[in-house]
Write a protein that binds this ligand. Structure first.
Ligand SMILES: [Zn+2]
Ligand SMILES: [Zn+2]
Length: 566
């Protein structure tokens, strides 16, 4: 955190207070503090709490917020507001020309919860017809959305996927005699992407070069380009590009070199030679041929990170990775019982229509009042509705779950008799996110030791590109899950992808099952499962170690068995 980042977090907090129509005094209080800070001609980081407290306009709450921001990068009031705001609405809030009041209308009246939906609503003219907007505002929104690029130039994988792939197809069409491949971080399915990287192989490079300069929508930056490396920008949506050029006969080798991470390339295959040395010295026509010639098992692209995969390939123990089609059901989903957009029936019917055998519904527990968490009577009502739907939709099955808040002391959110009434419980942290590593780890450990926890939900609470997770000792948490046979979620929401893929292999080695969960708050979010699969594959996940690759029958006995132990 630096001076500017702290001011930005405070600004965001004020916007969110307005968005959620919080107490005007509170808003004025924060705004007054922020104004005072903006007038400062000193760096906030150089000032002690005492210095700050002496500045007129800085009240107690803002002082505490600054202290917490300095120490942890966040503060509890902001965390609570972020928790009750869909990530897509946060994105809309960043759109130029839209203040909290307008965003509130878009969200609450038009039901828009993503910039994608906002764009569609603008294009259909719906926004212009809404009171307080009009044609001009609608046009401004369209323009800002078109130019939208995250401040740091980094993108979530899911947000830039279509752009990267369609540019590859465009290049293939424009350069029909060339070979075009996507390389770099995107080819390895990294969760955050900073640039689109391509490889073009051709027998006539001069012709390719002149054709490239004519492509519309791309600006080339000569200063940072070389004869075989072109750097520039895709104008829409303002995304950095690198295009590597090579002769056709070098394509397979260059592709291997540009896809792999540095750590993978410098891994030793034998006592003398690294992967990169072998690529440069061998002659081969395809990726598969390279691995075969060097007595290595094929290493899937997403695994080429230098995290032990070369050793695994030498020993021939790279497992068969999970696929979308291996998933038999969808656990961890919300309905209108809490903060979901669609009813239990809608969620179930769509899930069934997609060909899954079961749905795990896990609305928020009662402490999550900001998300309409379920009071005990509502739990009973939901269970009765599930029983009726299960009769109607059989053999499709809805499992009765809850996403129980892990309270600050690590306890779960209902008395034992209520906890016992669920088939499964996803235990997650949603509040007080500013704990240090010791306290945050102990909090999760207490929840893991609770016999009713079936799945540990989004273990670090991170929101990629927006918020660091709370710090936890991953190893200690995974070991405890192994001991207590608690599964760990790979939250498949592109903002989360939490458990981080870097821990998947360790978890599997300890015998911990992973659950790929979309955390869907609406039917369309079932599609996010694919990102959980990608990130699971990146970590080496197999279907044998995936909880929701179990059939309805298998999962039903798994839950029964766990419950019988309590
Ligand atoms: Zn959650
Ligand atoms: Zn959830």
């Amino acid at each position: 955190m630096d001076h500017k980042a702290i001011l930005n977090r405070l600004k965001l907090c004020i916007q969110l207070l307005e968005l959620h129509e919080e107490n005007p005094f509170k808003i004025r209080n924060y705004q007054g503090g922020l104004n005072a800070l903006e007038r400062l001609d000193q760096d906030l980081m150089d000032l002690s709490s005492q210095d700050l407290a002496a500045i007129p306009g800085i009240g107690k709450s803002i002082l505490e917020a600054i202290q917490s921001l300095k120490e942890t990068g966040s503060f509890s009031a902001l965390d609570a507001l972020l928790e009750q705001t869909p990530t897509g609405v946060l994105e809309i809030l960043q759109v130029k020309g839209l203040g909290p009041k307008k965003v509130q209308v878009l969200w609450k009246e038009l039901g828009l919860t993503s910039t994608h939906e906002l764009m569609e609503a603008c294009q259909s003219g719906k926004v212009a017809q809404t009171k307080g907007f009009g044609e001009k505002t609608q046009e401004t929104i369209i323009q800002s959305l078109l130019f939208k690029a995250t401040t740091s130039g980094k993108w979530l994988y899911a947000d830039i996927e279509e752009t990267i792939e369609s540019l590859a197809n465009h290049l293939r069409k424009e350069l029909p005699t060339a070979q075009v491949g996507i390389v770099g971080d995107f080819a390895r399915r990294l969760e955050i992407i900073a640039e689109g990287e391509y490889l073009i192989g051709s027998a006539d490079l001069p012709a390719i070069k002149s054709r490239l300069t004519q492509l519309a929508g791309i600006t080339w930056d000569k200063a940072i380009s070389g004869p075989l490396t072109w750097r520039g920008k895709l104008e829409q949506p303002g995304f950095r590009l690198i295009i590597h050029l090579c002769n056709l006969e070098d394509f397979a080798a260059k592709e291997l070199l540009f896809i792999a991470s540095k750590a993978h390339l410098s891994s030793y295959v034998n006592e003398q030679e690294t992967v990169s040395e072998l690529i440069r010295k061998s002659k081969f026509e395809s990726e598969a041929a390279f691995f075969q010639q060097n007595n290595l098992q094929f290493i899937p692209r997403e695994m080429r990170e230098g995290m032990g995969e070369v050793e695994q390939a030498k020993a021939g123990i790279i497992p068969l990775l999970i696929e979308n089609s291996d998933l038999k059901g969808i656990l961890h989903n919300h309905s209108t019982y809490s903060d979901g957009k669609h009813s239990l029936r809608q969620m179930a019917e769509r899930c069934k229509a997609l060909g899954y055998e079961y749905l795990g519904i896990s609305d928020h527990s009662r402490t999550a009042s900001y998300a309409g968490g379920l009071e005990i009577e509502k739990v009973a009502k939901q269970h009765a509705e599930i029983d009726a739907l299960n009769q109607e939709l059989a053999p499709f099955r809805i499992f009765k779950g809850i996403e129980s808040d892990i309270l600050p002391d690590g306890s779960l959110d209902y008395p034992t008799e209520v906890l016992r009434s669920f088939d499964f419980i996803v235990s997650s942290v949603h509040s007080v996110l500013n704990m240090d590593i010791k306290r945050a780890t102990d909090r999760l450990l207490a929840a893991i030791h609770n016999p009713y926890t079936t799945i540990l939900g989004h273990p670090t609470g991170r929101l990629l590109l927006r918020r660091e997770g709370y710090p936890i000792d991953h190893k200690v948490i995974i070991d405890a899950c192994a001991e207590k046979q608690v599964a760990i979620e790979i939250n498949a929401n592109p903002w989360r992808l939490d458990l981080d893929w870097r821990w998947v292999r360790y978890a599997m080695e300890q015998g911990v099952l992973l659950a790929i969960n979309p955390d869907a708050h609406e039917m369309d979010s079932y599609d996010d499962m694919q990102y959980g699969v990608l990130i699971g594959r990146k970590g080496g996940l197999t279907k044998e170690m995936t909880l929701n690759a179990l059939s309805e029958k298998e999962l039903s006995s798994y839950f029964e068995l766990r419950k019988a132990k309590n």
